[in-house]
Design a binder for this molecule. Sequence first.
Ligand code: SAH
Ligand code: SF4
Length: 377
Amino acid sequence: MGYNRCMNAEIISPPALATVRPLTARVQKPPVGLLDLNLSELREWFRERGHPEYRATQVWKAVYRDLVAGPEHITTLPKTLRELLAEQLPMPRLKPIRTWDADGGETRKALFQLHDGKAVESVLMRYEDGRATVCVSSQAGCAMGCVFCATGLGGFDRNLSTGEILGQILYFARELKTTGRKLTNIVYMGMGEPLANPRAVWRSIESLHEPQGMDFSPRRITVSTVGLVPQIRKFAEHELPVNLAISLHAPDDELRSRLMPVNDRWPISELIEAVREHTERSGRRVSFEYALIADSNSSVEHARALGRLLHGMLCHVNLIPLNNVPGSPLKPPTAEEIRAFRDEVARAGVPCTVRLERGADILAACGQLRIEHTKAS
Ligand code: SAH
Ligand code: SF4
């Protein structure tokens, strides 16, 4: 298992400026660009080059509020500065190599190719009430190996940089802008395990929240985790009130370990204790994700055990009928079984809803498009 590699990573200490200058020696790292810097680092960047700091605010507003696609469009800057930015601090060219539409165009999925040829996917979901949610990837691939997940089956490539995470979000924010709409919610539920890449994830959230730019409310951001207990504990220390979702998928250790190898390292009791501490400290409701798999975790007995496990917690359960993964024998249960499961959990006094999977007809489950793309190329 590769999930130990990032376990001790620092959460949010800002990088020394040396680490945000171009790194020519480290071939695997994406080149550092404009989206990797926070506002104070950008001010420093201008100051170091003998330019006034207010230039940083102009750039920040153009990128995160006016949603320009590149420095050449920042008309508040003199041409020489636009050229300097384009040359020394480019915005990542996160262009989709393919897009798929579903739900009558309300769901759009994009597969982005990164600078080193790796591919990640993001999804935009538009709702009739005006909400628009982007589901973003935090890693290329994933090391956690959950058996029902296309990303897990495809293996781990690397962490995404802050700029690569923000690039996915800005791409869809720009697309929405063309139809006069705004992004209202962001979920870190695409490819990868966000808490195994906590530094880039938190830095992206801080940049989104920066009042001079998008001023995006952390209450409209959700980070989903497979259950990395030490990182869940650190999550609670962060002052921004970001929502936490926990992928639980089983009410007992024997079954959860079969579905999710991470459970051998942090069993359910430790996970629940860390989540309970988090809710007590933050006063915020946590979501538990539970993918319903036929003949596996979806019996009425499992529902009862889940109800007992979560009874009294400040939480909500999202039931997700399993998305079929090509090549996997696992299937979702029948609609009747799903209803019975939901009713049994609700009977225990645990709030519980069935989440309708958007875009099932475009292979929406996590990581599937990348696999399709790899097969095709
Ligand atoms: N790594 C993080 C976030 C990305 S996965 C996590 O595991 O929480 C986002 C959600 O999709 C998780 O709850 C995950 O368990 C779920 N998921 C993965 N594959 C799925 C599938 N085939 N059907 C339904 N849900 C799936
Ligand atoms: Fe990774 Fe989440 Fe998929 Fe598990 S469900 S393999 S943690 S992306």
